[in-house]
Ligand binder design. Sequence first.
Ligand code: TPP
Length: 514
Amino acid sequence: MNGAESLLRTLVGSGVEVCFGNPGTSEMHFVAAFDRVEGMRVVLGLFEGAVTGMADGYGRMAEKPAATLLHLGPGLANGLANLHNARRAGTPIVNIVGDHATYHARYDAPLASDVHGFARPVSAWVYSSASAQTVATDGALAVQAALQYPGQIATLILPADTAWLEADRPAPALPKPMPAIAAAEAIDQAAGALRAGRKTMILIRGAALKELGLNAAGRVAAATGARIACDTFAPRCQRGTGRVEVERIPYFAEQIVEFMNGTEQLILVGARPPVSFFAYPNKPSWCTPKDCKILYLAHPNEDGTVALEALADAVKAPKQPLHVGIARKPEIPNGPLNSLTAGQVIAHYLPNGAIISDEGATAGGGVHRFAAYIEPHDHLALTGGAIGQGIPVATGAAVACPDRKVVCLHGDGGAMYTLQALWTKAREALDITTVIFANRSYAILNIELARVGAGDPGPKAFSMLDLHNPELDWVKLASGMGIEASRATSVEEFATQFESAMKQASPRVIEAVV
Ligand SMILES: Cc1ncc(C[n+]2csc(CCOP(=O)(O)OP(=O)(O)O)c2C)c(N)n1
């Protein structure tokens, strides 16, 4: 077998089942190996930003890495923004990046580039294979690096000759790294702080935002009255009826300050103290009250769920958690189609077990206020602020969870960054309904323009934030990529279209004109 095949067999043997990719000449031996090796599903993305975002969505839901296949430095560079988002999410991903053959590098051919340089800022692990005989072992190490808890990005650079030259064999899978267990002192300190009776907030991020961790947090709340919160942009949060409700930190600095007001103790579980997304003149960056005591119950590399369960026992919490969401679905509203009414419709029809990939921006937030009272679902947020994540993340999530409905909520501005992933949804026949909120604007930037105090903006400045001329036709864009699509301009139309989309199992796009 050649190096490419030894690497592919190693990835499969290490539990990697899906490769999202966009290949070129230097990756052809790896591509050719796909038909010789059982067990790797291959998913083509038509732009690398779509490829890396899909790997992120897959990893968040499958809790194991997908591979990406990217074409030298420029291919990787096209995928960087969504690798940045994935790094923020703590998603495990193994990037396989092709490169020129080792002996070809000295000729500085057009595609020669500093692949390490592109990879380093987003990768916790980067390595360029030196020989076809070692590439398999390098692959096993890459998977192990990606699985370092809670998950990280490993980039393996594969020079073309290491792929095509003769290899010996695949490498055996390496042990899966496990999360560390939080120190007993951390549990004691948090329990002691809670017993002191001061106003406490427990801020959670990571796997502890799934049912088990939330249940333990709800028990702590029942015993102590502590508030339970999550970041504005948590990678994954389980919400809905029967689950413990989490307060979501608001977006703007002054709202966060108000939200945190009165908090005397902040207990962090895989999270960091909340800060403002951006700095603004005369507004705070640090949003935790000055004299608030900060305690780390579990660091991101530690098992937050186990720590919360130990804390619940330490404070002698009852079995029954507080703040359990009770079914209270909103009715279909009247009035114009906007963020709130669209949110009500989505909340009303969202099926049990749905996955929401949320890049709804200013228009997508309506569903949040109902999150605890509707069907149980997973919510995936835009973690690193680099827009263009939602459509690919939805696509990857649907590959990971073929039996669940995926609903993607997206601003029209962000959607244009990686709309190529719509084509992949059609090709793979994925059960995803994508709602594009067509406000024909970079609406959030209009708000930010006023907030940053940039003087007196004129027509040129406003034109940089406006998408009216020409108007994007999402029905044509989506149907041009093989997806059934419709446009809704009223609540009635949106409700009818969304309801029917929830009943079908094929990809759908709804342009919601808000
Ligand atoms: C990669 C990247 N480029 C640019 C931006 C700046 N940016 C932030 S929000 C935004 C526009 C979002 O528009 P849309 O998705 O339509 O949502 P809306 O604000 O209209 O609700 C832009 C361009 C960004 N966050 N990330």
